[in-house]
Design a protein around this ligand. Structure first.
Ligand SMILES: [Cu+2]
Length: 466
């Protein structure tokens, strides 16, 4: 009889070579090609990446219960690796550079095959270098049978765009002179006229995109007057958080990060980097254009799409809102309640995770350690209920993402509640957010800030168990 350890080792060995597709009996894998493509932004052509099937469909829509059987073909000029954000694969198929496995070389490919545990709105993105900034991302939608056939589904992918290369953006961030420094122990009166606390938007982007377009030429989706629509909004931005503004429409937020919550009605919902919102709407009977906008936090800039009901007219929508939107808060997070909370049980192990760093030299870290492969992982053991107490000591907000698991938000600044189950949570400056998860997916997993340049600078940790 196999010992438990041997059994685990055997399972891992099977999963350890995701690029070898052993099955020949079942359906052929869905092919996802990493490619270059040109888009037009602000009247200029720009070369970005994309993830699409040979027939041109971006990303993948599939069903829970089917295996996630995919072949990624790398048609770009550099190595890459794609992470299935929010899914719970065997860890070797998680697609994280330096952690999960080798990168896919240019002209190479890799196979993935694992069961899908639940439906929802997920996404995929490069976890290699700074490729995510060049839109190497796509929707990953898993239907679970709860979809209403009479309800139209609209996916909205938000992105921030710069004509400056990601490497140059990083270099600029790292080379900022100290008199440009914002936040940390400094105060507004000593600052040149830059920003007041908290520090937001430390990259100045050229455009904000919704489904690869700006509001100068937005995507227009035809909808039925009186019809039902489910928005699946994905914030695929590298560094930018938004307030979703439904304008005159009112919606029911039914899921966050793909996982059901008790519905919350409203017309304004915050979404930080890497999060997803599923919002159900009823379109009014009146033929008209109904914009769905995303306002950059702390600024007037906005992007979005237009829902066009009947013969309504789409008139020009400014890329600038009338007033700056406020910084994101945890107001909504505090009120969210999971539709299916984690079972109530005592915490077996807690880790304190201090988010640390400095704008000076753009150093970001966890517990004052900038990640390298040699940094020891946070230890947990299989079967434990684990609590992460995330303390943001900096003056920047950090969206924290755990791979391979969903966590439940259970406290904000020590105030306990039974919050949403999700995979990415905003931790505002000088705030403590506590999450719990069950260690039910052994392996080596990333836990990091999803602001791309923070992660790259070292605000990244791992946890490991077998
Ligand atoms: Cu961060």
């Amino acid at each position: 009889m196999l010992s438990r350890r041997n059994f685990l080792a055997a399972s891992i060995a099977v999963g350890a070579a995701p690029w070898v597709c052993a099955r020949t009996d079942d359906a052929a894998p869905t092919v996802l090609r990493l490619e270059r493509r040109d888009i037009e932004v602000n009247g200029k052509s720009a070369s970005v990446f994309c993830i699409r099937q040979p027939d041109g469909i971006f990303g993948i829509t599939t069903d829970v219960g089917k295996p996630f059987r995919v072949r990624v073909e790398n048609h770009i000029e550099e190595p890459s690796l794609i992470h299935w954000h929010g899914l719970t694969p065997p860890w070797q198929q998680d697609g994280v550079q330096d952690v999960s496995g080798p990168a896919i070389p240019s002209a190479g490919s890799a196979g993935y095959d694992f069961p899908l545990r639940r439906g929802g709105t997920y996404w995929m993105h490069s976890h290699y270098g700074l490729q995510e900034q060049l839109s190497l991302s796509a929707p990953l939608i898993i239907r679970d049978g709860s979809e209403n056939p009479s309800q139209q589904e609209v996916v909205v992918m938000l992105a921030d765009f710069s004509f400056t290369t990601p490497d140059q953006i990083l270099a600029q961030l790292q080379s900022r002179q100290s008199d440009d420094m914002r936040g940390m122990e400094m105060h507004g009166t000593e600052m040149p006229a830059i920003k007041s606390v908290p520090d937001l938007n430390d990259v100045q982007y050229d455009a904000f995109l919704a489904n690869s377009r700006t509001l100068a030429d937005p995507e227009v989706v035809k909808v039925e007057p009186g019809g039902r629509v489910r928005l699946r909004i994905v914030n695929a931005s590298s560094m930018s958080a938004y307030h979703i503004d439904l304008g005159q429409l009112e919606g029911d937020l039914i899921a966050v990060d793909g996982i059901r919550v008790q519905p919350v009605r409203g017309h304004n919902f915050p979404i930080t980097v890497a999060q997803r919102l599923d919002i159900e709407l009823t379109i009014p009977e009146i033929a008209a254009a109904y914009p769905v906008l995303a306002l950059l936090e702390g600024e007037r800039r906005q992007t979005g799409i237009v829902l066009l009901a009947g013969k309504g007219q789409v008139t020009g929508i400014s890329g600038m809102a009338e007033a700056a939107s406020p910084p994101l808060t945890l107001g909504l997070e505090r009120s969210l309640r999971a539709a299916e909370p984690l079972v109530d049980r005592k915490v077996d192990r807690a880790h304190v995770v201090n988010l640390t760093g400095s704008m000076q030299g753009y150093r970001w870290s966890i517990n004052n350690v900038a990640w390298t492969k040699d940094v020891p992982p946070l230890m947990v053991a299989e079967g434990e209920r684990v609590e992460l107490v995330i303390i943001n000591q900096t003056m920047m907000p950090h969206p924290m993402h755990l791979h391979g698991h969903s966590f439940q938000v259970v406290a904000i600044d020590g105030h306990r509640f039974v919050g949403a189950v999700r995979d990415t949570v905003l931790v505002p400056p000088k705030t403590t957010v506590t999450v719990v998860f069950d260690a039910d997916n052994p392996g080596w997993w990333a836990f990091h800030c999803h602001l791309l340049y923070h992660q790259h600078a070292g605000m990244f940790a791992t946890l490991r168990y077998d």
